[in-house]
Design a protein around this ligand. Structure first.
Ligand SMILES: [Zn+2]
Length: 230
């Protein structure tokens, strides 16, 4: 009995042969209607493999590991990565945050001379990465994050940061508290991300070669963390 790997429907028609010579099938479920084969010469076309690759990306597996385990090509994995990242959206889960902690850490992108900073706002109450930006380690990047937060239609009671002077220049004084004792939760979260995602490990060799891939991988990482998918 043949079942459709997309929807598990058992009503299947034969549907010609692929250029590789393997039998092609068509699912007769009207809401699915997808084609598939029982044996895939090209593993990337196998919907079961595709699902596993996406899961592996959610768990921040390295591209090289995914390539070896699932026998798919690197361009295929990177394409899956960027398509997956485009489909998901990171939006604040609350309208009001009593407090947000802001901190940053750097990663390499492209080569080991290029550090890219990941600056983000974290809500310790519900362990949520509320918003983030990429940039250099300057006031400009802090402003970018603050403007992004302001555009999110949320209100924030207090911003907690460490003593870096760029925070002081950008965040409204009345709402800003400075001190390492206030940023323990976000520092814990930095460690969590660094331990989960090898792109963010210090001295790593597993960094992204392109900014687009880096942004996609970080988005998936944060999305899965926010929604407990990993
Ligand atoms: Zn189907």
């Amino acid at each position: 009995m043949i079942t459709c790997p997309h929807c598990q429907n058992k009503h299947i028609n034969k549907n010609g042969k692929k250029s590789t010579g393997t039998q092609n099938y068509l699912c007769r479920n009207s809401t699915c209607g997808k084609q598939f084969q029982l044996i895939y010469k090209n593993q990337g076309a196998n919907p079961i493999v595709k699902n596993y690759v996406q899961k592996a990306l959610s768990r921040n597996c390295g591209i090289q590991d995914i390539k070896n385990i699932f026998n798919v090509s690197k361009p295929y994995i990177l394409k899956t990565l960027t398509i997956y990242a485009k489909k998901i959206e990171i939006k604040p889960q609350k309208k009001y945050y009593e407090s947000l902690q802001i901190d940053e850490f750097w990663t390499y992108v492209g080569n080991k001379n290029n550090k890219v900073w990941f600056l983000y706002a974290y809500s310790a109450d519900n362990q949520e990465v509320v918003s983030y930006v990429f940039g250099d380690r300057s006031e400009v990047t802090v402003r970018k994050l603050y403007e992004k937060l302001s555009s999110e239609n949320i209100s924030v009671g207090t911003f907690y940061t460490d003593n870096w002077k760029a925070f002081k220049k950008v965040l409204p004084e009345k709402k800003h508290k400075i001190g390492k004792k206030y940023t323990k939760a976000i520092e814990g979260n930095n460690n969590y991300i660094r331990s989960r995602n090898r792109r963010t490990v210090r001295k790593t060799c597993g960094f992204s070669k392109k900014m687009e891939n880096h942004e996609a991988a970080m988005k998936i990482c944060i999305y899965c963390k926010n929604y407990n998918y990993c």
